[in-house]
Structure formats: structure tokens, C-alpha cells
Design a protein around this ligand. Structure first.
Ligand code: FAD
Length: 438
């Protein structure tokens, strides 16, 4: 029964109880106070992109699907100046090294020769620069596990605090099609996939390779987390919802809805396993934060509001020291470690996650699309951290140039922390549901 969910978390070396205690006491309260800060609450997103896979005009009509975007003036100057990501002139571009100095020459040169040389210099250096940028783009794209909304066209700022993830009423064929296609990205043989439960009954999870299992558990854990949120912030009573023209309504925990989604009865006994998958994805993202800690500790989280920026830096450092103290982190080195086909498998894995972030543009409810993007982009960032070789070079004392090779954009950092915040919140909510059900 889910109220007695305990025991080891499959494929990870720790127990449900350990994670519950660690999250609810140490992580959850710290994240709650961090995610309300300006750096983390404003997210730049394009909710108008067309679905690249199929034509679906079934937009959710409920007003709870609506997303309120921000006015220009609401966004702190520092965030607006950086316009989502960090251009070189933004203060968030760290480690700006003093320009390299060359030995000065005192010789008098022939004027023509100097001109010719300087022409050659600029051509060579601009060509080299072009090549370098091309490869840098290629390298960075190759590391990414998701497609980020990089283009500013159609992008708007959204205040995540004013648009909380909760019940929206998005359901039926459109929602099912999204979940079905997300699960079908997994490398299981699609002919055998049972579209009702999306778990191939003919395929035993213990029989498939660790990477495939991990993929399934990560997606299933994300699915659980989204559904736990809609059960814990459920629209219990709509009657006061248009009081004074403002969105009202009575929101709270819907225990029956939770029981239907995760109890053993309605789910063919799978509900408790789906909840364990939530713990699995939590441990994956926790490990990513621990691994990226040296990078994130150097980050300046610039919004232009000095006092708040100082507070954020201190709070992040404290959170990361707690994250690092977790005794049994997920061991990502077990993935893609077999010599046979490991590179191909990693490429496939990456491509499948990228497709999942593309599928988010097919979600027919703006609020769900917003939080779907936050969570899949955050997950993509976590995977980029876990499987990037460049971050290993960042963590050991190394040359400036090598440290510079690993980069996270503001969007990646904001989604990484918010996505982890959602998982942390879900685990905390499970504690509440256990209390209600006991
Ligand atoms: P679904 O959740 O649609 O699941 C379909 C089937 O998948 C189930 O019948 C079951 O067999 C299987 N399944 C269910 N859970 C799991 C699991 N954890 N692991 C493996 N298999 C599982 N609704 C909101 O109210 N608010 C939101 O913010 C919201 N965000 C969403 C974001 C995205 C990206 C998507 C795709 C949907 C979102 N939804 C949201 C809709 C919500 O997730 C459900 O799809 C909807 O409530 C219908 O639920 P359902 O009972 O039909 O089952």
C-alpha cells in the first residue's frame, strides 16, 4: 500500500525512509525559501510554438489552464539585461580574465607591411573565430539533453509564483497522447507496448538494460510528480471562483483522486511502483546538483538587487552543502559504461530526451505546458551535468580555459532548481497524503 511505501528504491542504493527524512527535513524547507527569490521565479518561455509532431487544436478551455505573463516592468533589471541567458557583457559571465598581454615590440616597421599583416591577421582570426564558434555550438548542442527556448521571438517572462502547478482539468485524449508519446520514446519495442498502461507487459523491467530501465523510471517519476501536484492542489469547489473577477476557488488535497491514481486497486498494482519512480528521479536530480556544486558555488545569480543576490548566493551554498552530504548518491557511472555500443546508446538516450522536450510544445494546456517545460528542461540540465565530460574538468583544479568549457545558461539553472523543487515538493506531499489516509 502506498501509505506504507518503504524499502529500497530500485536501481539506487538507498531506502524510501532515508530520502523522506533527508528531503522533508533538510532539503524541502531550504528550497522553499530559495525558489521565491527573483532569480528563480522569473522564467522566460515561448508558449506559442507549434507542435512539431501532429496537428492538435484541442486547447484546454478551462480558465485554470491560462498563464499570466509578466509586464516588462515587473522583471528585475539585471535579469532583463541578460535577457534570459548570459551575454558576455552581463555580470553573470564569470571569470572574465584580464585580457592577455603580449610582449611589446619596439621595432619600427614598414607602414605597408603593417597594414598587410593586420589585414591577414583579421581575416585569419575572424575565420578561426567563425570555426571556433561553429564547433563550440556543435559541442554545446551535442551535450544538451533538451531543446531550450533560445530564440527570443515569441518568448515571454512568466512569474512561476503567480502561476502555480496545480489541477487544471487537462485530461482525455490530448493528455493521453502526450504521455503515450513520451513513453514511446523509450527504446522498448513499440509493438509490444500496452498503450493503456504504457508499460509493455511482455517486457520485464528486470530484463532490459539499466539505461532503458532508468529512462522509464525517470519518465514515470516525472509523471507521478505532476499527478501528485494536481491531487494536492485540486479544485475542491469552484463556486467562489469568479469572486470580484479574480480567480478564486477552494483548492486543497483530494485524497480520493490520489487513491485512484496511486492505490494498488485502480492501477493494476503498479501505483506504489510509480511512486518509487518518483524517488528514483529525485535521486538522479539530487546527484546532478551535487556534481554541479563546484560550478554553482561560483555562480553569482545576478538580478541587480545587491542584497537579495547576496542572500541567494549564501542560500545556494548552504543548500549545496546539504545536497553533498547525502550518504548514498545515485551512481551515474554505471550508465553507458559497457564498451559495446555505449556511445550509440548515449546518443540515443540524449536524442530521446530532446524529443520529449519537443513534445512539450504539443501540450494543449498552457499551464501544463509551462510546468512541463520547466520540468523537462530542468531534467535535461541534470542529465547534461551527469553525462558531460566537461564538468569533470571543472571540478578538479584545472586551467581557466578548461573550466570555461562547461557552461550553464540562466534558463538551465532556473529550470534545474525549479524542477528539483517540484520533486522535493511531491515527496513532501506524499507525507501529507500518508497522514490523511492513515
Ligand atoms: P494519466 O496521468 O493521463 O496517465 C495515463 C496512463 O498512464 C494511466 O492510465 C496509467 O496507466 C499510466 N500511468 C499513470 N501514472 C503513471 C506513472 N507515474 N508511471 C507510469 N505510468 C503511469 N493536469 C493538471 O491538472 N495539472 C497539470 O499541471 C498538468 N500538467 C501536465 C503536464 C504534462 C506534460 C502532461 C502530459 C499532462 C499534464 N496534466 C496536468 C494532465 C495529467 O497528467 C493527466 O494526464 C490527466 O489528469 C488525466 O489523468 P488520467 O487519470 O487519465 O491518467
Amino acid at each position: 500500500c502506498f501509505c506504507e511505501l518503504k524499502g529500497s528504491i530500485n536501481d539506487c542504493g538507498c531506502n524510501v525512509d532515508t530520502v523522506d527524512h533527508f528531503n522533508n527535513v533538510k532539503i524541502y524547507p531550504r528550497l522553499q525559501s530559495l525558489l521565491v527569490k527573483n532569480f528563480f521565479r522569473y522564467f522566460q518561455v515561448n508558449l506559442q510554438k507549434e507542435c512539431p509532431f501532429w496537428k492538435d487544436d484541442s486547447k484546454c478551455a478551462m480558465r485554470y489552464c491560462h498563464v499570466e505573463s509578466c509586464e516588462e516592468g515587473d522583471i528585475p533589471d539585471g535579469i532583463r539585461a541578460a535577457s534570459g541567458d548570459f551575454p558576455e557583457e552581463s555580470p553573470n559571465f564569470k571569470y572574465k580574465e584580464s585580457s592577455q598581454s603580449f610582449p611589446e615590440t619596439n621595432c619600427l616597421e614598414d607602414e605597408d607591411l603593417i597594414q598587410e599583416l593586420s589585414y591577414l591577421n583579421t581575416t585569419i582570426s575572424s575565420r578561426a573565430q567563425e570555426e571556433f564558434e561553429k564547433w563550440q555550438l556543435y559541442d554545446e548542442a551535442d551535450e544538451n539533453f533538451c531543446i531550450l527556448d533560445n530564440s527570443k521571438d515569441g518568448a515571454e517572462y512568466v512569474d512561476l509564483l503567480l502561476n502555480p502547478e496545480r489541477y487544471t482539468g487537462y485530461k482525455g485524449d490530448s493528455a493521453h497522447r502526450i504521455w503515450k508519446n513520451i513513453y514511446l520514446e523509450n527504446c522498448f519495442d513499440t509493438d509490444t507496448v500496452n498503450l493503456r498502461s504504457y508499460l509493455p507487459p511482455a517486457v520485464d523491467l528486470d530484463q532490459v538494460c539499466f539505461e532503458q530501465r532508468a529512462f522509464y523510471r525517470i519518465i514515470s517519476g516525472l509523471h507521478s510528480s505532476i499527478n501528485i501536484h494536481l491531487c494536492s492542489k485540486y479544485l475542491l469547489d469552484d463556486s467562489s471562483s469568479l469572486l470580484f473577477g479574480k480567480e478564486g476557488g477552494n483548492w486543497g488535497h483530494n485524497v480520493d483522486e490520489f487513491r485512484r491514481r496511486f492505490g494498488p486497486e485502480g492501477t493494476g498494482g503498479q501505483g506504489p511502483q510509480w511512486l518509487k519512480n518518483l524517488y528514483f528521479i529525485y535521486l538522479v536530480e539530487l546527484r546532478a546538483l551535487a556534481k554541479a556544486a563546484p560550478y554553482l558555488e561560483d555562480e553569482i545569480f545576478y538580478t541587480g538587487e545587491t542584497e537579495e543576490d547576496d542572500e541567494v548566493r549564501m542560500a545556494v551554498k548552504e543548500l549545496l552543502s546539504v545536497v553533498k552530504s547525502f550518504p548514498s548518491h545515485f551512481n551515474e557511472s554505471l550508465m553507458f559504461s559497457s564498451k559495446l555500443g555505449a556511445i550509440k546508446l548515449k546518443q540515443d538516450f540524449r536524442e530521446k530526451f530532446r524529443n520529449i522536450s519537443r513534445i512539450m510544445d504539443c501540450v494543449g494546456c498552457d499551464k501544463c505546458r509551462l510546468w512541463g517545460k520547466v520540468q523537462t528542461q530542468g531534467l535535461g540540465t541534470a542529465l547534461k551535468i551527469l553525462f558531460s565530460d566537461k564538468i569533470n574538468r571543472y571540478t578538479v583544479p584545472t586551467k581557466y580555459v578548461e573550466r570555461q568549457q562547461f557552461k550553464l545558461t540562466r534558463t538551465e539553472i532556473v529550470t534545474l532548481f525549479n524542477a528539483f523543487g517540484r520533486l522535493s515538493n511531491s515527496i513532501r506531499e506524499l507525507e501529507n497524503f500518508r497522514e490523511f489516509i492513515r
